[in-house]
Design a protein around this ligand. Structure first.
Ligand code: AHR
Length: 324
């Protein structure tokens, strides 16, 4: 509603006494003067996602933004349905984390036609028409994959034999799976000793990580490194590694991405070897951008999240104050 009122002021259309920021515009998401945001979340597939949802919900509350939240259970059709319902409800701003990269042009066009700004959070879309969204806030997933690969190249300097990697990929077609795969491949090119012997979708979940790892360990007994594209798949795979009689972190080195508490605990305990951080705490920045865009201000097209990496020693130090 605020956005429409500011647009009306800018266009010189506000009639004194006839329209106020708090009421009168039946098009807004509510009539109490608050900004209404529709947020279409991917699901609850990982510890990262749970922390991300909490961050968005808490930040909305703190910013006084009325949040309409939906969980798509990792299905694109559910996210599209949720976005259409936010358009029908005439919310002030829509934010979502696209489960996969492709197939968004039509619904984004519908939002644009309804004059509702869209902010992408966490994951990108592959739309050629970038005017379909106002901003994209999140990590550089290529860099995350690259950092994981660079660690492996460095760690393999002392390896006597071949370094045979099993890669557990995130959800097929998702931006983090696509980008982490390419960033990792790019980095390990530096060392011909390192070979990816198997690479399969583990859907970013613990259960799938375990199931896929069980099968891959049987097919590839020569594997001695796991690159899991998130902590949860790494944690699931760790159970499969132990069940196969191998010691995680020793017989099979494990590098993952995220740095949620459970992953950091495994790292501090010596079961993981390295974690590249991916921060889920996007809520406060998202609410800030939403306020600005609803106010009709220009916002940056890309907002990058600051992130670090952790060794086993660094995890021991960081763990006690880890927020998620
Ligand atoms: O898009 C971010 C990724 O999605 C996180 O790395 C993963 O844990 C989550 O499910």
């Amino acid at each position: 509603m605020f956005r429409r009122v500011s647009a009306a002021i800018a266009a010189g259309l506000l009639i004194a006494g006839g329209l106020t920021a708090c009421g009168g515009d039946s098009g807004g998401g509510n009539d109490d003067g608050k900004i209404t945001m529709g947020f279409a979340q991917v699901g609850a597939e990982s510890g990262w996602r749970t922390a991300n949802t909490k961050s968005v919900q808490e930040a909305a509350k703190a910013a006084g933004i009325d949040l309409k939240f939906s969980d798509a259970q990792q299905k694109q059709e559910n996210q599209i349905k949720a976005i259409r319902s936010y358009i029908a409800q005439k919310v002030d701003v829509i934010a979502f984390s696209p489960v996969i990269e492709s197939g968004w042009d039509q619904v984004l066009k519908e939002a644009k036609d309804a004059d509702i700004p869209v902010i992408l959070t966490d994951r990108a879309v592959d739309s050629k028409d970038t005017s379909l969204y106002k901003s994209f806030i999140g990590s550089d997933f290529i860099l995350e994959g690259k950092k994981a690969g660079e660690w492996l190249v460095d760690d393999s300097k002392t390896a006597k034999g071949p370094v045979n990697v099993i890669q557990l990929e995130g959800t097929t077609g998702s931006a983090p799976a696509n980008d982490r795969t390419s960033g990792f491949a790019d980095a390990i090119k530096a060392d011909p000793k390192i070979k990816i012997v198997a690479s399969q979708d583990g859907d970013f979940t613990r259960a799938k990580g375990k199931e896929v790892m069980e099968a891959l360990l049987k097919a590839h007994p020569e594997a001695n490194v796991l690159f899991a594209q998130n902590d949860d798949m790494g944690l699931g795979a760790m159970e499969a590694i132990e069940a196969a009689g191998k010691k995680p972190g020793v017989d099979m080195k494990i590098v993952t991405i995220d740095a949620v508490k459970d992953g950091m605990t495994a790292l501090a305990n010596g079961q993981f070897n390295y974690i590249v951080e991916c921060s889920p705490l996007l809520g406060p920045q998202l609410m800030d951008l939403a306020k600005q865009v609803v106010d009709g201000k220009e916002i940056p097209k890309r907002v990058l999240t600051k992130e670090t990496t952790f060794t086993q020693e660094q995890a021991k130090t960081a763990l006690p104050s880890r927020k998620y």
